[in-house]
Write a protein that binds this ligand. Sequence first.
Ligand code: BYE
Ligand code: ZN
Length: 539
Amino acid sequence: MATKIIYFTVNGRPEQAEFPVDCSAQDVKDLFRSAAEAGPHDILKLYNPKGNIINISLSLEPNSPDCCYKLEVVAADCNSEPLGAELAGALGYDLSSLEKSSLLVCGLRLQGLEKNILMEAGETPAAVYEMKKQVESFQEKLESVEHLSWLGLFKDLSEGSHKPSPFYHKRTLHKTRAECEHVREKFLQMSSLEMSEEVRQYLKTPTFDNWQWEDAEIMVLLQVMYTDLDFIVSFNIEPEVLQQFLFEVYRRYNNIPFHNFKHCFCVTQMMYGLIWLTDLKSKMDAVDLLVMLTSALCHDLDHTGYNNAYQINARTDLALRYNDISPLENHHCAVAFEILEKTESNIFRNLSMDQYKRIREGIIKCILATDMTRHNEVLNQFKSILPTFDLTNKDHRDVLMMVLIKVSDISNEARPMEVAEPWLDCLLQEFYNQSDKEKLEGLPITPFMDRDKVTKPSSQTGFIRFVLLPLFIELANLFPCLEQHLIDPVRKALDYYTEMEKALEREKQNRAQSDSAVKSPQSAALPEAGPEASEPEPQ
Ligand code: BYE
Ligand code: ZN
């Protein structure tokens, strides 16, 4: 598409705007308004290099950086702004008509108003409370970068991708009340809609693309999983209780790059897919299936982005509470039962004492098995029972459930490349954050998290060869159909990262050669010293 680039300064700061030649005049005005960080009632003035005021329109003459226009903002009087009506109208999804600065002013004014009324009446009136909630919600929307996309130049908002945001640091670790309420309302609105048969089937396959769905939709998909496994009927789960449970789970996944609500969904969805692919629905007790799905859903609750090694080395509250024994996994599990202790979100509230006991024992076993330091222990247990595997044997079933949650937990590479690769970026981001913190706090640096040592392909080839494939191959021994659904895509991923590693290596050698050619032409023909440092040890 043909675009026009305009160079200008605002408050002495050089900026450049790009817009398609066929966009609307309003779009151009909005773009300059954004660049100036101006409120909706502020006046913008654009000057040409001669100092004349010119119109902000589509017909702006393209210029060059050394012949800039100058943009000026004249602040409008905030007090003359109508508050309620405009705010309410804008609260839908139209973000462009309200700006952050005026919103903050609204918030402050509302706070003052609330104080006055509180002093007179003794409690917050419903209308003020409602307005406050809306202001908070909108502020949250503006602060979460997803919604700042209107600042980006002409991003197509209609495209349905919810790829990871690199701006996690801009958000609070714990979800804010406004953030939760917004998603909850959307979820409740959508949850009464019927899901198409096409989506219901797609949801049962490992090819499912999580990035196409926003959080409220993901909650509906989780609800579909509980429904289609017949849990609602078998365990007499009231729809409102399931919704409240899912909401509490959503609420207690934090805003971190990897171990977030979308990861929880992927793990649960893979577990769901495995249950259907292996036909475990007809081979296992519904209580066990309920344990498996619910464990997957809860297995990383309240993860803060720093692993057990960090918890232990930094002597965090969690490590102290759990005596350095799987502090994170113990915590995830404890939070799960905190949610289940509340009657309104206890999906097990209509179960018998005996059923509840079995479920609690099962969930604890499954979630604790996700600690990767126990990887070999669990895998070896599984290998030892495989020759005589028997689903009527409780010990065998327990080990199988632990293997299934482990497989689901680390199964990103079994998904299509476009789905899997962003997940690796998220994981490395979280790992790098941890090693940065370790450096800052003078703690031992976890080797495979060091951004100076780990690259995408080097970490992933080692991980796939030595962790993923050995585990998946054992499971496929028991369920041969998984060869095609899990192992084939993982082998493809291994080829992909092996190629990437080679390409990186070649590039490095080329760079080294051309460097030395510049420094001393004679040594340029010498081969590189030796192979690179060994692969990072996966957890
Ligand atoms: C693991 C442990 C904790 C958290 F650096 C996440 F090479 C993981 F070790 N997962 N989950 C999926 C993974 C993956 N670790 C790795 N690759 C994955 O696909 C390897 C790591 C990037 C590193 Cl195992
Ligand atoms: Zn996990």
